[in-house]
Design a protein around this ligand. Structure first.
Ligand code: TYD
Length: 220
């Protein structure tokens, strides 16, 4: 089963996906926790270019192709082999980030992005997209707090305007509304513990359906 985590900046994807991975392992699942851009040695090198605050002159088209190159490597080298072994893959960001950030955010043609993404992934789509939704300003404030601790975390995307991040969030909400069966909407403004409880309940139910097993959803 392939589950991706999406959301605006500061929505808590990395901590929530790590907690969910621990829980699924306790339930006996073979879990791979990974992230984009990155997840492979080649992908991490591409990631360094993409997130470098010094790379301000990057063309939008170059940006899409770099994300897609990293994704192609990730899918082929890591994600597909793990799924083929019957494992669960949890991925912090995936193709829907490209639609949200480069499509809705930057205004690139969504159909073209769909074609590029299908080529890069060989058509691999997540079974479930967990969308951790948070108000853009609240999310950026959360990230800014971290950035005060470690300035290197304040990347090229977080420097974008508020309007850009609002378009990204609106795009996510539109995609979630279009495919309610595949997207799981979680209110990420709640305390982290409550977010995790909601996640476990909903992902547990989806896993039960997926594997046809008796995977239960205990509380956090
Ligand atoms: P990262 O530091 O991993 O941020 P986050 O914790 O929010 O995931 O940086 C990833 C950034 O890359 C994030 O701002 C979203 C952006 N991004 C895209 O614009 N397109 C993509 O296809 C992906 C995967 C990420």
């Amino acid at each position: 089963m392939f589950i991706t985590f999406e959301g605006p900046e500061g929505s808590g994807k990395s901590s929530q996906s790590a907690l969910l991975a621990d829980w699924l392992r306790q339930l006996g699942q073979d879990v791979l926790l990974t992230r984009e851009p990155g997840g492979t040695a080649i992908g991490d090198r591409v990631r360094a270019i993409l997130l470098d605050p010094a790379c301000t002159e990057m063309e939008d088209e170059a940006e899409v192709l770099l994300y897609s190159a990293a994704r192609a490597q990730h899918v082929g080298q890591v994600i597909r082999p793990h799924l083929a072994r019957g494992g669960v893959v949890l991925c912090d960001r995936y193709a829907d980030s490209t639609l949200a950030y480069q499509g809705y955010g930057r205004g690139l043609d969504l159909a073209t992005l769909g074609v590029i993404t299908a080529f890069a992934t060989g058509g691999l789509r997540p079974d479930l997209v967990v969308f951790l939704d948070i108000d853009v300003e609240a999310g950026l404030r959360r990230k800014q707090l971290h950035a005060d601790v470690d300035a290197s975390q304040w990347n090229r995307f977080e420097q974008e305007t508020l309007a850009y991040h609002q378009r990204v969030r609106a795009g996510y909400l539109q995609m979630a509304a279009a495919e309610p069966g595949r997207w799981l909407l979680v209110d990420a403004s709640q305390p982290a513990e409550a977010v995790q409880v909601a996640l476990r309940a909903q992902v547990g139910a989806a896993l039960g359906m997926f594997f046809g097993s008796d995977v239960h959803a205990p509380s956090a």
